[in-house]
Write a protein that binds this ligand. Sequence first.
Ligand code: RB5
Length: 153
Amino acid sequence: MRILIGCDHAGFRLKEDIKAYLISLGYEVEDYGVYGEAPFDYPDIAFRVAEDIAQGKGDRGILICGTGVGMSIAANKVQGIRAALCHDVFSARASREHNDANILTMGERVIGVGLAREIVRVWLESEFQGDRHARRVAKICAYEERKNPTRVG
Ligand code: RB5
């Protein structure tokens, strides 16, 4: 599974830790930056990762900022993206099983490394359950399609 990961300055340290953790688990990881703690606007990274997930250049995305909120708001503007802000394992699992989330966002200023790793592991290992959940996700996709009829990818 190919993971696209990105962050802003406030998520840099956690991004570095999660990247190393993913590699240790055997995942293929593409790092979209940033690569240091100089101030950087989170939407610029969120849009790059989200566009590439929407276009199938990666299987899942992980975006980290100070709170995870800005990354989730920005990523969810991209058609086809279901970005879930999760700071607990239960929500992380449910975001995959019920919502088919394709991007996980977290905040470095909110949670510690141990919990973040566990959230990431569970999120990546959980599968969409389909069935009634597929009907609900399809309604979101249909809404997006109606609002952006000319968009592709
Ligand atoms: C940066 O100060 C901070 O606003 C950003 O990382 C993020 O938390 C925004 O949602």
